[in-house]
Design a binder for this molecule. Structure first.
Ligand code: NAD
Ligand code: AHE
Ligand code: ZN
Length: 370
């Protein structure tokens, strides 16, 4: 079939909205009509050329929601008409990783996914001239129709609005999951969140949900303050307005150091600050941000010797097929909020404008509705 898609032909170039050819689902795969997709900073990271795993030409996008149109041979867990959220972290429930409760990083299809290919080593996308186009993060939600492995779709309730719950495909789950699954933060804790964008705001609402006592937000953009307060931030810090070193300032503000800190910037200097403002003896810092190619983190080992812990999280430690439908229920039942964070709704033709808004710090989430 033919479908409209925004194609990243080259690193650093705007996406090109065009028709592409899409082959039908093979065994174990499903064809999904994407109804809406969010624009995550990670899409921009890859589009820009900063991602060491970035491959071109590719159809980016990994924060979608849609409807199953057709299923390949052997597919049992979903059927045409089911509403689904694509998963860049699949859940096969059989691999060594899925069977280990310590991780959500299913590895069943990771190697082909990283090469922009379906599990059989081929792509379902090509240009109208017949040249191959790669998949991205196993999702390619910047295409109106896409093919996904069955293990990479979470079936969700049919009454959930696509233009809101698409955000659960990455940002919402990553932020809330980092608090609940990775940090396992407890009521009464003090926390510092660095970067109050699409991920950081969801860390804030995760901390509010578990009953944190103090939730400090740190961002260089003062315009992020208002929305962050709405999502539970108790104290705002703009590093540009702090005289001297930020670490002692934050340690003092959190009365000895934070129990939990979260990097949602991808900046390795911020990651160091986030670790070092943790409480001596027990503070834990969770890295969520994705850093550019070649960037490395550093600190004095003494920081860890004296009890601070550095962790990372992918997709908030969530097991997608199991956890994503529950998070959709949380949204539908009013336990979490999404709507105010979706600041811009765009057509596919306007998708590059969505990346401009991200750069200008004017959007939290832009969502493309097909
Ligand atoms: P975003 O652009 O919406 O937000 C980033 C925020 O960080 C902005 O508000 C910006 O002003 C702020 N910021 C930048 N530099 C800063 C600094 N030095 N100090 C303080 N604040 C600073 O991006 P997002 O969509 O929220 O994504 C955040 C990061 O998380 C990205 O690196 C993204 O790739 C990554 N991410 C990781 C996962 C995962 O599973 N680990 C999932 C989604 C996104
Ligand atoms: N390709 C990058 C790393 C990108 C990365 O860390 N991706 C996160 C999800 S970000 C979603 O917005 C992730 O899930 N990583 C685990 C994995 O297996 O990819 C690089 O640096 O090479
Ligand atoms: Zn993302």
């Amino acid at each position: 079939m033919r479908t409209r898609a925004a194609v990243a032909f080259e690193a650093g170039k705007p996406l090109e909205v065009t028709e592409v050819e899409l082959a039908g689902p093979k065994a174990g795969e499903v064809l999904v009509e994407i109804k809406a997709t969010g624009l995550c900073h990670t899409d921009e990271f890859t589009r820009s050329g900063a991602d060491p795993e970035g491959l071109f030409p590719a159809i980016l996008g990994h924060e979608g929601a849609g409807v199953v149109v057709e299923v390949g041979e052997g597919v049992k867990s979903v059927k045409p008409g089911d509403h689904v959220i694509p998963l860049y972290t699949p859940e096969c429930r059989e691999c060594e990783y899925c069977l280990n409760p310590k991780t959500n990083l299913c590895q069943a299809i990771r190697s082909t996914q990283g090469q922009g290919l379906m599990p059989d080593g081929t792509s379902r996308f090509k240009t109208l001239d017949g040249d191959p186009i790669l998949h991205y993060m196993g999702c390619s939600t910047f295409s109106n129709y896409t093919v996904l492995p069955e293990i990479a779709v979470a079936k969700i309730r049919p009454d959930a609005p696509f233009d809101k719950v698409c955000y659960i495909g990455c940002g919402v789950t990553t932020g809330i999951g980092a608090v609940i699954n990775t940090a396992k933060a407890e009521p009464g804790c003090r926390a510092v969140v660095f970067g109050l964008g699409g991920i950081g705001l969801n860390v804030l609402q995760g901390l509010r949900l578990i009953g944190a006592d103090q939730i400090v937000g740190v961002d260089l953009n003062p315009a992020k303050r208002e929305m962050a307060e709405r999502f539970g931030m108790t104290d705002f810090v703009n590093p540009a307005e702090v005289e001297g070193d930020l670490v002692p300032y934050l340690v003092n503000l959190t009365k000895g150091g934070a129990d939990y800190t979260f990097d949602c910037t991808g900046n390795v200097n911020v990651m160091r600050t986030a670790l070092e403002c943790c409480h001596k003896g027990w503070g834990e810092s969770i890295i969520i941000g994705v850093a550019p190619s070649g960037a490395e983190i550093s600190t004095r080992p003494f920081q860890l010797v004296t009890g601070r812990v550095w962790r990372g999280t992918a997709f908030g430690g969530a097991r997608g097929r199991t956890d994503v439908p529950k998070i959709v229920d949380w949204y539908m039942n009013g336990k979490i909020e999404i709507d105010p964070m979706i600041t811009h709704t765009l057509t596919l033709d306007e998708i590059n404008h969505g990346f401009d808004l991200m750069h200008e710090g004017k959007s939290i989430r832009s969502v493309v509705v097909y």
